[in-house]
Design a protein around this ligand. Structure first.
Ligand code: PMV
Length: 321
Protein backbone atom coordinates (compact mmCIF):
# COMPACT_ATOMS: atom_id res chain seq x y z
CA UNK A 1 0.00 0.00 0.00
CA UNK A 2 3.01 2.22 -0.57
CA UNK A 3 3.92 3.82 -3.89
CA UNK A 4 6.04 6.70 -5.18
CA UNK A 5 5.39 8.79 -8.26
CA UNK A 6 7.21 11.56 -10.05
CA UNK A 7 5.52 14.27 -12.13
CA UNK A 8 6.75 17.32 -14.03
CA UNK A 9 5.30 20.77 -13.65
CA UNK A 10 4.13 22.37 -16.89
CA UNK A 11 4.11 25.77 -18.56
CA UNK A 12 1.00 26.74 -20.51
CA UNK A 13 1.27 28.21 -24.01
CA UNK A 14 -2.48 28.90 -23.98
CA UNK A 15 -3.58 29.48 -20.40
CA UNK A 16 -6.29 28.11 -18.16
CA UNK A 17 -7.76 31.24 -16.64
CA UNK A 18 -11.33 31.38 -15.33
CA UNK A 19 -13.52 28.45 -14.29
CA UNK A 20 -16.95 27.38 -15.50
CA UNK A 21 -17.36 25.11 -12.48
CA UNK A 22 -15.46 26.05 -9.35
CA UNK A 23 -15.81 22.68 -7.53
CA UNK A 24 -14.99 20.42 -10.49
CA UNK A 25 -12.48 22.91 -11.93
CA UNK A 26 -14.02 22.87 -15.40
CA UNK A 27 -12.19 25.65 -17.29
CA UNK A 28 -13.74 28.38 -19.42
CA UNK A 29 -11.36 27.46 -22.26
CA UNK A 30 -9.10 24.66 -23.45
CA UNK A 31 -5.37 25.07 -22.80
CA UNK A 32 -2.07 23.77 -24.22
CA UNK A 33 1.20 23.27 -22.33
CA UNK A 34 4.54 21.54 -22.26
CA UNK A 35 5.84 19.53 -19.33
CA UNK A 36 9.03 20.76 -17.64
CA UNK A 37 11.60 17.97 -17.30
CA UNK A 38 13.71 19.79 -14.72
CA UNK A 39 10.86 20.87 -12.45
CA UNK A 40 9.48 17.76 -10.79
CA UNK A 41 7.64 16.68 -7.65
CA UNK A 42 8.31 13.27 -6.17
CA UNK A 43 5.66 11.94 -3.78
CA UNK A 44 5.50 8.79 -1.67
CA UNK A 45 2.12 7.75 -0.25
CA UNK A 46 1.51 4.91 2.19
CA UNK A 47 -1.93 3.93 3.41
CA UNK A 48 -1.67 1.99 6.66
CA UNK A 49 -3.63 0.94 9.72
CA UNK A 50 -0.73 2.20 11.81
CA UNK A 51 -1.31 5.79 10.69
CA UNK A 52 -4.14 7.37 12.72
CA UNK A 53 -4.33 10.81 11.09
CA UNK A 54 -3.04 11.79 7.66
CA UNK A 55 0.58 12.84 8.06
CA UNK A 56 1.94 15.21 5.37
CA UNK A 57 5.24 17.11 5.25
CA UNK A 58 3.64 20.39 4.16
CA UNK A 59 2.28 23.63 5.66
CA UNK A 60 -1.23 23.59 7.20
CA UNK A 61 -2.88 25.30 4.22
CA UNK A 62 -1.31 22.89 1.75
CA UNK A 63 -2.16 19.94 4.03
CA UNK A 64 -5.85 20.81 3.90
CA UNK A 65 -5.95 20.56 0.08
CA UNK A 66 -3.99 17.30 0.15
CA UNK A 67 -6.29 15.69 2.75
CA UNK A 68 -9.31 16.74 0.66
CA UNK A 69 -7.71 15.01 -2.34
CA UNK A 70 -6.85 11.88 -0.33
CA UNK A 71 -10.53 11.81 0.75
CA UNK A 72 -11.60 11.84 -2.92
CA UNK A 73 -9.28 8.91 -3.63
CA UNK A 74 -10.39 7.00 -0.49
CA UNK A 75 -14.00 7.46 -1.61
CA UNK A 76 -13.25 5.86 -5.00
CA UNK A 77 -11.39 2.98 -3.30
CA UNK A 78 -14.10 2.68 -0.62
CA UNK A 79 -11.58 2.65 2.23
CA UNK A 80 -11.00 4.84 5.27
CA UNK A 81 -7.30 4.12 5.92
CA UNK A 82 -5.18 7.18 6.72
CA UNK A 83 -1.98 7.91 4.84
CA UNK A 84 1.56 9.13 5.30
CA UNK A 85 2.59 11.46 2.47
CA UNK A 86 6.10 12.76 1.86
CA UNK A 87 6.64 15.04 -1.09
CA UNK A 88 9.69 16.86 -2.45
CA UNK A 89 10.12 19.36 -5.28
CA UNK A 90 13.45 19.68 -7.10
CA UNK A 91 12.80 23.40 -7.66
CA UNK A 92 12.50 26.20 -5.08
CA UNK A 93 9.19 27.42 -3.66
CA UNK A 94 8.07 30.82 -4.91
CA UNK A 95 9.95 30.31 -8.16
CA UNK A 96 6.88 30.80 -10.35
CA UNK A 97 6.90 27.13 -11.35
CA UNK A 98 3.55 25.57 -10.51
CA UNK A 99 4.26 23.07 -7.72
CA UNK A 100 0.52 22.42 -7.40
CA UNK A 101 0.50 20.97 -10.95
CA UNK A 102 3.42 18.57 -10.41
CA UNK A 103 2.50 17.94 -6.76
CA UNK A 104 -1.13 16.94 -7.31
CA UNK A 105 -0.26 14.89 -10.41
CA UNK A 106 2.36 12.93 -8.44
CA UNK A 107 0.03 12.55 -5.43
CA UNK A 108 -2.82 11.26 -7.61
CA UNK A 109 -0.64 8.70 -9.40
CA UNK A 110 1.07 7.46 -6.19
CA UNK A 111 -2.09 7.30 -4.04
CA UNK A 112 -4.29 5.58 -6.64
CA UNK A 113 -1.56 3.03 -7.40
CA UNK A 114 -1.00 2.39 -3.67
CA UNK A 115 -4.69 1.48 -3.48
CA UNK A 116 -4.52 -0.67 -6.66
CA UNK A 117 -7.08 1.48 -8.42
CA UNK A 118 -5.43 1.09 -11.85
CA UNK A 119 -6.98 4.20 -13.39
CA UNK A 120 -6.45 5.12 -17.05
CA UNK A 121 -4.39 8.19 -18.00
CA UNK A 122 -7.64 10.03 -18.76
CA UNK A 123 -9.11 9.13 -15.35
CA UNK A 124 -5.90 10.10 -13.52
CA UNK A 125 -5.98 13.45 -15.31
CA UNK A 126 -9.61 14.10 -14.45
CA UNK A 127 -8.97 13.24 -10.81
CA UNK A 128 -5.88 15.51 -10.67
CA UNK A 129 -7.87 18.31 -12.34
CA UNK A 130 -10.35 18.46 -9.46
CA UNK A 131 -7.43 19.04 -7.03
CA UNK A 132 -5.65 21.67 -9.17
CA UNK A 133 -6.73 22.44 -12.74
CA UNK A 134 -3.31 22.58 -14.39
CA UNK A 135 -2.30 19.30 -12.64
CA UNK A 136 -4.30 17.39 -15.27
CA UNK A 137 -1.79 18.59 -17.90
CA UNK A 138 1.09 17.04 -15.91
CA UNK A 139 -0.27 13.48 -16.27
CA UNK A 140 0.23 12.91 -20.05
CA UNK A 141 3.66 13.16 -21.67
CA UNK A 142 5.33 16.02 -23.56
CA UNK A 143 3.12 18.60 -25.23
CA UNK A 144 -0.38 18.40 -23.79
CA UNK A 145 -3.87 19.70 -24.56
CA UNK A 146 -6.57 20.03 -21.89
CA UNK A 147 -9.91 19.85 -23.67
CA UNK A 148 -12.19 22.18 -21.75
CA UNK A 149 -15.31 19.99 -21.94
CA UNK A 150 -18.49 20.84 -20.09
CA UNK A 151 -18.62 18.36 -17.22
CA UNK A 152 -16.41 16.05 -15.16
CA UNK A 153 -15.93 13.28 -17.71
CA UNK A 154 -15.30 15.32 -20.84
CA UNK A 155 -12.82 17.84 -19.39
CA UNK A 156 -9.52 16.01 -19.63
CA UNK A 157 -5.92 16.26 -20.86
CA UNK A 158 -4.10 14.20 -23.46
CA UNK A 159 -0.68 14.22 -25.09
CA UNK A 160 -0.36 15.94 -28.47
CA UNK A 161 3.31 14.98 -28.95
CA UNK A 162 6.05 13.23 -26.92
CA UNK A 163 9.02 15.25 -25.53
CA UNK A 164 11.27 14.07 -28.40
CA UNK A 165 8.94 15.71 -30.96
CA UNK A 166 10.49 19.17 -30.60
CA UNK A 167 13.51 20.36 -28.60
CA UNK A 168 11.88 23.41 -27.02
CA UNK A 169 13.31 24.85 -23.82
CA UNK A 170 12.02 27.02 -21.01
CA UNK A 171 14.46 29.30 -19.15
CA UNK A 172 12.51 30.13 -16.01
CA UNK A 173 13.81 33.53 -14.92
CA UNK A 174 13.05 34.21 -11.25
CA UNK A 175 13.01 37.95 -10.58
CA UNK A 176 11.36 38.20 -7.16
CA UNK A 177 11.18 35.66 -4.37
CA UNK A 178 8.57 37.43 -2.25
CA UNK A 179 5.21 35.75 -1.87
CA UNK A 180 2.91 36.94 -4.65
CA UNK A 181 0.20 39.39 -3.54
CA UNK A 182 -2.79 37.29 -4.73
CA UNK A 183 -3.02 33.50 -5.04
CA UNK A 184 -3.75 31.90 -8.42
CA UNK A 185 -7.08 30.58 -7.09
CA UNK A 186 -8.14 34.08 -6.06
CA UNK A 187 -7.04 35.43 -9.47
CA UNK A 188 -9.26 32.84 -11.24
CA UNK A 189 -12.20 34.04 -9.16
CA UNK A 190 -11.55 37.73 -9.79
CA UNK A 191 -11.16 37.28 -13.56
CA UNK A 192 -14.92 37.80 -14.14
CA UNK A 193 -14.67 41.36 -12.77
CA UNK A 194 -12.58 42.47 -15.76
CA UNK A 195 -14.47 44.08 -18.64
CA UNK A 196 -11.97 42.38 -20.98
CA UNK A 197 -12.68 38.78 -19.95
CA UNK A 198 -15.50 38.25 -22.48
CA UNK A 199 -13.26 39.67 -25.23
CA UNK A 200 -10.53 37.21 -24.20
CA UNK A 201 -12.87 34.23 -24.62
CA UNK A 202 -14.17 35.41 -28.02
CA UNK A 203 -10.87 34.56 -29.72
CA UNK A 204 -10.04 31.46 -27.70
CA UNK A 205 -11.17 28.60 -29.94
CA UNK A 206 -9.31 30.15 -32.87
CA UNK A 207 -6.19 30.63 -30.72
CA UNK A 208 -6.23 26.99 -29.63
CA UNK A 209 -6.49 25.88 -33.28
CA UNK A 210 -3.60 28.16 -34.26
CA UNK A 211 -1.45 26.84 -31.43
CA UNK A 212 -2.14 23.24 -32.48
CA UNK A 213 -1.32 24.24 -36.08
CA UNK A 214 1.97 25.89 -35.09
CA UNK A 215 2.92 22.79 -33.09
CA UNK A 216 1.99 20.49 -35.98
CA UNK A 217 4.15 22.51 -38.39
CA UNK A 218 6.89 23.20 -35.81
CA UNK A 219 6.47 26.86 -36.76
CA UNK A 220 8.35 28.43 -33.85
CA UNK A 221 7.79 32.03 -34.86
CA UNK A 222 4.02 31.51 -35.04
CA UNK A 223 3.99 29.57 -31.76
CA UNK A 224 6.14 32.17 -30.01
CA UNK A 225 4.00 35.10 -31.14
CA UNK A 226 0.91 33.28 -29.95
CA UNK A 227 2.23 32.37 -26.50
CA UNK A 228 3.60 35.84 -25.87
CA UNK A 229 0.40 37.65 -26.86
CA UNK A 230 -1.62 35.06 -24.90
CA UNK A 231 0.33 35.77 -21.69
CA UNK A 232 -0.10 39.53 -22.15
CA UNK A 233 -3.80 39.01 -22.89
CA UNK A 234 -4.25 37.07 -19.61
CA UNK A 235 -2.31 39.69 -17.64
CA UNK A 236 -4.40 42.48 -19.23
CA UNK A 237 -7.50 40.74 -17.83
CA UNK A 238 -5.79 40.41 -14.46
CA UNK A 239 -4.71 44.06 -14.36
CA UNK A 240 -8.21 45.27 -15.23
CA UNK A 241 -9.96 43.09 -12.61
CA UNK A 242 -11.41 44.64 -9.43
CA UNK A 243 -9.33 44.74 -7.36
CA UNK A 244 -6.54 44.86 -9.88
CA UNK A 245 -4.18 41.87 -9.92
CA UNK A 246 -0.76 43.15 -10.85
CA UNK A 247 1.96 40.50 -10.88
CA UNK A 248 4.64 42.21 -13.00
CA UNK A 249 7.69 43.45 -11.11
CA UNK A 250 10.37 45.76 -12.54
CA UNK A 251 12.54 42.66 -13.09
CA UNK A 252 9.76 40.96 -15.12
CA UNK A 253 9.66 43.95 -17.49
CA UNK A 254 13.42 44.01 -17.86
CA UNK A 255 13.39 40.32 -18.91
CA UNK A 256 10.53 40.94 -21.36
CA UNK A 257 12.43 43.88 -22.88
CA UNK A 258 15.53 41.71 -23.20
CA UNK A 259 13.52 39.09 -25.10
CA UNK A 260 12.22 41.78 -27.48
CA UNK A 261 15.79 43.03 -27.95
CA UNK A 262 16.99 39.52 -28.76
CA UNK A 263 14.31 39.24 -31.43
CA UNK A 264 15.37 42.56 -32.96
CA UNK A 265 18.81 40.97 -33.32
CA UNK A 266 17.22 38.01 -35.12
CA UNK A 267 17.29 35.59 -32.18
CA UNK A 268 14.01 33.71 -31.75
CA UNK A 269 12.99 33.82 -28.08
CA UNK A 270 9.51 34.49 -26.69
CA UNK A 271 8.19 34.89 -23.17
CA UNK A 272 5.19 33.81 -21.15
CA UNK A 273 4.20 34.41 -17.52
CA UNK A 274 1.79 32.55 -15.24
CA UNK A 275 0.10 34.15 -12.25
CA UNK A 276 3.30 35.70 -10.89
CA UNK A 277 6.34 37.83 -11.76
CA UNK A 278 8.56 34.97 -13.04
CA UNK A 279 9.24 35.14 -16.78
CA UNK A 280 9.44 31.89 -18.77
CA UNK A 281 11.61 32.40 -21.85
CA UNK A 282 10.78 29.81 -24.51
CA UNK A 283 13.23 29.00 -27.30
CA UNK A 284 14.44 26.18 -29.54
CA UNK A 285 17.35 24.24 -28.02
CA UNK A 286 19.64 25.09 -30.93
CA UNK A 287 19.45 28.80 -29.92
CA UNK A 288 20.48 28.22 -26.29
CA UNK A 289 24.04 29.56 -26.62
CA UNK A 290 22.75 32.85 -28.02
CA UNK A 291 20.04 33.29 -25.36
CA UNK A 292 21.11 31.92 -21.97
CA UNK A 293 24.32 33.99 -21.54
CA UNK A 294 22.28 37.17 -22.18
CA UNK A 295 19.66 36.21 -19.58
CA UNK A 296 22.34 35.21 -17.05
CA UNK A 297 23.91 38.67 -17.25
CA UNK A 298 20.69 40.41 -16.24
CA UNK A 299 20.78 42.00 -12.81
CA UNK A 300 17.07 41.26 -12.40
CA UNK A 301 17.58 37.51 -12.89
CA UNK A 302 17.87 36.15 -9.32
CA UNK A 303 18.02 32.56 -10.56
CA UNK A 304 17.41 30.76 -13.84
CA UNK A 305 16.13 27.20 -14.11
CA UNK A 306 16.45 25.73 -17.59
CA UNK A 307 14.21 22.88 -18.63
CA UNK A 308 13.60 20.68 -21.64
CA UNK A 309 10.23 19.11 -22.43
CA UNK A 310 9.33 16.46 -19.86
CA UNK A 311 7.49 13.15 -19.72
CA UNK A 312 4.18 12.32 -18.10
CA UNK A 313 3.66 11.33 -14.46
CA UNK A 314 4.88 7.85 -13.56
CA UNK A 315 5.49 5.38 -10.74
CA UNK A 316 9.11 4.93 -9.64
CA UNK A 317 10.64 2.27 -7.40
CA UNK A 318 12.60 4.47 -4.95
CA UNK A 319 10.59 5.67 -1.94
CA UNK A 320 11.13 8.89 0.07
CA UNK A 321 10.60 7.06 3.43
O1 PMV B 1 -4.21 25.14 -12.07
P1 PMV B 1 -4.19 26.43 -11.33
O2 PMV B 1 -5.45 26.65 -10.56
O3 PMV B 1 -2.97 26.60 -10.51
O4 PMV B 1 -4.21 27.61 -12.43
C1 PMV B 1 -3.20 27.80 -13.37
C2 PMV B 1 -3.28 29.18 -13.94
C3 PMV B 1 -2.15 29.66 -14.80
O5 PMV B 1 -0.92 29.18 -14.33
C4 PMV B 1 -2.13 31.17 -14.76
C5 PMV B 1 -2.32 29.25 -16.26
C6 PMV B 1 -2.12 27.81 -16.62
O6 PMV B 1 -2.82 27.34 -17.52
O7 PMV B 1 -1.21 27.14 -16.07
Amino acid sequence: MKQTAVACSNIAFIKFFGKKDEMLRIPMNSSISMNLKNATSTTTVEFSEEVHTDSINMTDREKERIVTHLDRIRKIAKISLKAKVVTENNFPKGSGIASSASGFAALTVAATKALDLNLSEKELGMLSRVASGSACRSIPTGFVKWEKGTKNDDSYAFSLYPPSYWNLKDAVVIVDRNQKPISTSKAHGLSCTSPFLSKRFEGMDEKIKECEGALAKKDFERLGELIESEALNMHAVMMTAHPSIFYFRPGSISVMETVWKLRKEGIQAYFTLDAGPTVHVIYEGKEEDRILPVLKKLESAKEIIVSEVGEGAKIISDHLF
